[in-house]
Design a protein around this ligand. Sequence first.
Ligand SMILES: [Cu+2]
Length: 107
Amino acid sequence: MKYIPLFLLMMLILAACGQASEDPPAPVVEQEAAPAQQYEAVGVVVGFIAEKKFVNIRHETIPGFMNAMTMPFEVKDSTLLRGIHEGDSIAFRFTVAGGIQAIEKRE
Ligand SMILES: [Cu+2]
């Protein structure tokens, strides 16, 4: 009965293969960086801080981000604040890490 050991060996190999294939696949690492989430908001300019590197804004509720409040926002580039004055109603777009990316007066 020489075929029995061979049969058992085959079973062992198959079992080993089966075991290997049950290992969870290696996680796929997402290499593409997601673009930073941008938020749109409206508010009123309350003041400027540190040579217009920051603008204090009384902003309305920003859906999915925060309730209405007055807070300073960093500005990507102080030239964005040209023509923007205290008391202006504004619409602006920002990212959490990059600050205000665009700002404009509202009618
Ligand atoms: Cu806020």
